[in-house]
Design a protein around this ligand. Structure first.
Ligand code: DP6
Length: 325
């Protein structure tokens, strides 16, 4: 059994360099969240005719799961371990709504990588686990690590340099994230499909790629200097740049609802009142508000008052993915 926490990108990944290897076209920087996590158990069994994936007690499609398990079986074969020839039962639970832009694939595939490697008897290091998780979902490569993590786009044709690593321990700069949930349902277009459509159709895609390294360098400097205003402004800017790319994709990727927009205005109003708070939004309608721990309760109250916000949860920065037993 393994637990991996969700993460929120401050400088975002959108677009693939190599679809088969699931390497990203741009690097990304995220914070791992302690309040949102996935628990996953992997059991390799003889006599099982196929892999099975059970999420919150319901049987789910196994394609991406089996892809990651195949890589684990490949490692196991090279070590002469029995899991090499066995199918597996994977059971998973999220402590937050699945598929609604709360990065369930990030925590999900990071937990799967750690649980499957452990169940197979492999001793993989953080980089190897990050690469394994990336094959399930790009953002999952970052959830192997706690605190602040950076994913490298890499240049190697085999994907061996496309992994994440920790930039800063969570204890070194405690921040809070208020997650405003505006919708509990599944999102309409998943990230994989959406980012491929952006690459194929948006006239902004080239500019997105060209400006990524500047944003990454600025964010690294903001984290190094513990400059919260710079981190926050850059996070909002990068988020809105991503959503400009999404909006100019054909057909348009409009992930926001009315409450998403109202929450963005509420964050700006908080800043006008002197509360340093900054929003970021992924491929879904939820709004994550970055703030200092001492302001988290104020930000939570402000978010809970936004019409259409069902719930506002406070999270600190989370730990690395780890085995539970
Ligand atoms: C907007 O990691 O879900 O959350 O690699 O195709 O599974 P796949 O995509 P995924 O995309 C995440 C996109 C994002 C930004 C981010 O987390 O960096």
């Amino acid at each position: 059994m393994a637990r991996a926490h969700s993460n929120i990108a401050l400088v975002k990944y959108w677009g693939k360099r190599d679809a088969a290897l699931n390497t990203p076209a741009v690097g990304s920087i995220s914070v791992t969240l302690d309040a949102l996590y996935t628990d996953t158990r992997v059991t390799f069994l003889s006599g099982l005719v196929a892999d099975e994936f059970w999420l919150a007690g319901c049987r789910n499609p196994v394609t991406r799961i089996s892809h990651v398990l195949d890589l684990v079986r490949g490692h196991a074969a090279s070590m002469g371990l029995p899991a090499a020839g066995l199918n597996a039962i994977v059971t998973s639970t999220n402590n937050f709504p699945t598929g609604a832009g709360l990065a369930s694939s990030a925590s999900g595939f990071a937990a799967l990588a750690v649980a499957a490697a452990g169940a197979a008897g492999l001793a993989l290091n953080g980089r190897e686990l990050s690469i394994l998780a990336r094959h399930g979902s790009g953002s999952a490569a970052r959830s192997i690590f706690g605190g602040f993590a950076e994913m490298h786009a890499g240049t190697a044709v085999d994907g061996s340099d496309a992994y994440a690593e920790e930039l800063l321990d969570r204890g070194a700069w405690p921040l809070a994230v208020v997650v405003a949930i505006t919708e509990h349902g599944e999102k309409s277009i998943n990230s994989t499909v959406g980012m491929n459509e952006s690459k194929a159709t948006s006239p902004f895609y080239g500019a997105w790629l060209d400006s990524a390294d500047d944003d990454l360098a600025d964010m690294r400097a903001a984290i190094r200097d513990r400059d919260f205003a710079r981190l926050g402004e850059l996070s909002e800017y990068n988020c809105l740049k991503l959503h400009s790319l999404m909006l100019t994709t054909r057909p348009a990727l409009i992930y926001w609802n009315a409450a998403t927009v109202a929450a963005m205005h509420a964050v700006q109003a908080l800043r006008a009142r002197g509360v340093p708070a900054y929003f970021t939004i992924d491929a879904g309608p939820q709004v994550k508000v970055l703030c200092l721990p001492g302001d988290a309760a104020t930000v939570q109250r402000a978010m809970a008052l936004v019409p259409g916000v069902h719930e506002a949860r406070i999270s600190g920065l989370g730990p690395a993915a780890h085995r539970l037993e």
